[in-house]
Design a binder for this molecule. Sequence first.
Ligand SMILES: Nc1ncnc2c1ncn2[C@@H]1O[C@H](COP(=O)(O)OP(=O)(O)O)[C@@H](O)[C@H]1O
Ligand SMILES: [Mg+2]
Length: 266
Amino acid sequence: MLPEKFDTIRRQWRSELFSTEPWIPSADPPIKPGEAGGYRVKSGGLVAYLKPTNLCPEDHPRAANEKIVSDLAFELSMSVPPMLLYRRTAPPPTEETRCCVSLILYPSVYEWEFLWNMATFPESVQQIIRTMISRYSSTLALDLLIHQTDRNNQRNGVFCTDPGNPTYGELLFLDHSNTLNFQNRWNGDAWKRMEMINIPATFRGSIDKARVIEGAKQIESLPDATIRAIIDRIPDDFMSRAHKERVAMGLIGRKSLVRPFVESSL
Ligand SMILES: Nc1ncnc2c1ncn2[C@@H]1O[C@H](COP(=O)(O)OP(=O)(O)O)[C@@H](O)[C@H]1O
Ligand SMILES: [Mg+2]
């Protein structure tokens, strides 16, 4: 579900690891920071959201999680913004240096909070929205793979449009800080635990099971070597070696658990 318009930049950000752009805070209307802290930045013609500013304990490698999930999503053609690691130099001492930048592709961004107020829309509009979000059903397979726990959140999905060009637009899934092995929750055999993700009720009611299964099949055919390469290139200070090993083991192991889980639980 990715418009070709952004092919080049998506490919470039997937191939690179760190951003070397001289990002500066943007004077555009600020984005209300989320739990991780962050702010809108710009460089040249590019705009992004820089996060986290809040310090991250070693067992909560937010920036590394974001980059790993964004790279996985690219491989699976799933709708997650391009992400690069970014080392902040000389931030205030209480703020994080190990950050990432999430590329803002579109001029208009609408958080999906209105899905919680569907009853206020005419029935026709409700149906159009359901049809539209149903096309993104396969992303549920990615969320299951990465053990997302933060999707039933009014800000972690955004509808993006370009008012000057209605051809382009997409629903982007954001915020992969609380995924993978965060807080060492994939210890021991715990990485095997598959649980249905809490997602907005409207999205849940629009899910197309066949599309989720398609997503799960794509995940099964993602080569282990690709997963390993995505994880291994993360620097050790962004994610410790032991943590990376656990993430690789978890993702490679969970690859084959997603489809049977979807088939039996959706
Ligand atoms: N690539 C992006 N495109 C558009 N908006 C974004 C992007 N990244 C972040 N945002 C905005 O910033 C908000 C906070 O980002 P998020 O990744 O959810 O941070 P946190 O982990 O602090 O909640 C999002 O709800 C969204 O409004
Ligand atoms: Mg968030």
